[in-house]
Design a protein around this ligand. Structure first.
Ligand SMILES: [Zn+2]
Length: 370
């Protein structure tokens, strides 16, 4: 085999590596634990490539490009990671460090932006699309005319820090009532404060038994996600918003809440109703390779000096699934009482979702960042 393009999705606990053949077939996927700190992250990235090569049956010498999606601030032009707190990395010339061992073009991109490229490629239509990641944090990647749109300073799509409730909970960014405080896994877990192995599932379950805090948080998740979808459509008029990340692990239950929320907002505003937001959302399928695939495409784009291509990628029947999806294992956050209710809380009535077909996503922690 030759001309292998490798993509790495570096998460807080795992790195997923994916190999793409010359004809855009996914040859294999594998996962290994992430390291903590500069040297450990570099070593883990290289180890992931070694493990992938062994599993998919190619030589590392056959690799022609590497793309790395990583949480945090990324200087994509220079392949530098500037601030990845979940990985213990403050400032790292990641592309240069990998090139020193594997001398091929290496691209580094924010993980959510890379996942947007992968999601667009998997859909086969990235003309006008956003990928909204509801992970520990909340962010989106926007594809316009099939290319990733970073904006003037790389903050395009950072809708998680759009404040939608001036009286809401304080966000890690210092503002109040950011979208992320409603539907980011980290903020929801902190507000929940009861720990548990699957806190988001607990919140959904207990909301149905009348637990007031669970009901408030569950409503807040739909409110925050709906606000993010509305912001993306109003600002970029993307045709489709694909939603993924650990918070979407509940699949149809989350989608039902979200569609219900969007339809209630439609009822209140003919203008918003005309946008048909409830028909423009999709959930990323369970176990989707979007993040690592997108990273591979971002790396491959360097070979042509182009923006990442977002054409259709053929998914091979063998090895394409890699390691199977794992249950969400969001870290329990330290207890802290919720300080405010959503300003526009509406009783959760979980209407059946009929907008788009969706597969329940049981996302790994690897996607719970950003
Ligand atoms: Zn914020």
């Amino acid at each position: 085999m030759s001309a292998i393009r490798v993509g790495l999705d570096v998460g807080g606990t795992k790195i997923e590596a994916l190999a793409l053949s010359e004809d855009d077939t996914i040859l294999g996927r594998t996962r290994i634990p992430t390291g903590w700190g500069d040297d450990a992250v570099i070593a883990a990235a290289l180890a992931a490539i070694d493990a992938l090569a062994e599993e998919a049956g190619f030589a590392v010498a056959d690799v022609i490009s590497i793309g790395i999606g990583i949480p945090g601030l990324v200087d994509a032009a220079n392949g530098r990671v500037l601030h990845a707190v979940n990985l213990g990395v403050e400032e790292l010339d990641l592309a240069a460090a990998i090139r020193a061992r594997i001398p091929v073009p290496v691209a580094v991109e924010n993980d959510v932006k890379a996942a947007a490229v992968g999601a667009g490629s998997l859909r086969g239509d990235a003309h006008s699309m956003a990928y909204l990641n509801l992970g520990t944090g909340v962010a989106a990647g926007i594809l316009i005319e099939g290319s990733l749109w970073r904006g003037a300073r790389g903050t395009a799509g950072e809708v998680g820090h759009l404040s939608v409730d001036p009286a809401g909970r304080v966000c890690g960014c210092g503002q109040r009532g950011c979208i992320e405080t409603f539907c980011g896994g980290g903020a929801v877990m902190k507000a929940w404060g009861r720990g548990g192995e699957l806190p988001i599932r607990d919140i959904f379950d207990l909301a149905e038994t009348g637990d007031p805090l669970a009901a408030e948080l569950r409503e807040g998740i739909a409110f925050g996600a709906a606000s993010a979808v509305r912001a993306l459509v109003l600002s970029a008029d993307v045709e489709t918003v694909v939603i993924g990340g650990g918070v979407t692990a509940l699949g149809d239950r989350l989608l039902g809440d979200l569609v219900g929320r969007l339809r209630r907002e439609n009822a209140a505003s003919p203008f918003i109703a005309s946008l048909r937001l409830d028909e423009r959302i999709e959930l990323l399928p369970a176990g989707s390779p979007a993040a690592s695939l997108g990273a591979a495409l971002v790396g491959a784009a360097l070979l042509h000096g182009e923006e990442p291509h977002t054409g259709r990628v053929v998914v091979a029947s063998d090895g394409a699934q890699g390691n199977s999806a794992e249950p969400s294992t969001v870290e329990p956050a330290t207890a802290e009482p919720a300080t405010a209710a959503p300003a526009t809380a509406v009783p959760a009535t979980a209407e059946p979702a009929t907008a788009k077909p969706a597969t329940p996503l049981i996302e790994s922690e690897g996607a719970l960042h950003g």
